[in-house]
Design a protein around this ligand. Sequence first.
Ligand code: ZN
Length: 275
Amino acid sequence: MRLATLEHRVVLLLGDEVADIATASDGAFGPDPMELYEQWDRFVDWASGPVTATGPLDLSLLGCPVPMPRQVFAIGLNYRAHAEESGMEIPTVPAAFTKFPASLSGPFDDIELVGEMNDWEAELVVVMGRRADRVDEAAGWAHVAGLTIGQDVSDRLLQFAAAGQFSLGKSRRGYGPIGPCVVTAEEVADPDNLGIGCSVDGVTVQEARTDDLIFSVPALIAELSAVVPLLPGDLIFTGTPAGIGLVREPPQFLQRGQVLETWIEGIGTIRNRCV
Ligand code: ZN
């Protein structure tokens, strides 16, 4: 199942068509994408039956698929090769911070750069379905609604100001494009081992597989939910692989006019122009 947001309404993607969920369900569900996660089990039941398309799919019109989660967790240094390139030890607990929810944006939105030290971070993003409170790792996946693609765009100058403030440095307006859709785990070949990467103006700068994650998706759910409940619709940006611009020789940052493309196997591609 593939969920997206079209003109602020939640839709199911059905090949080259969409089903507006409020219309197709005769009002059993509303158009608000966030409300759907509150009723995730009931929605999955309904969607397992026949669903009729209500219109054509125009990818370029898709908006942020999870526009206003209550909590957005993000994890630093979660790929072995990225921890090594950053000169850091392999962490024994997840290095967590937040991207403030108002920084999220759509899969094809422009990124309005501020300053000159903006970096890319391709990331697998988890969308929570069921509330997770002190969940064991073995039960982690059962609490996930689906997966999407994210860019944890980072203003490195702000991130390392004031002795380090990851949350603010990664939360400038529009610095969290996600999408193009939320894909349920059974739709991908192996949700623990997906190809992920990104390119700048067509030149690949990151390319990895998610089986290199230090803390897997279910391990992150166990670690985070031991501290605070994870709520339906919450996001977890699971960390970025090696290849960020900051550690290149010389360092490389996003420039206005460049196009940042980010992909994950089985999910799709998001494309954001820097302006
Ligand atoms: Zn990141």
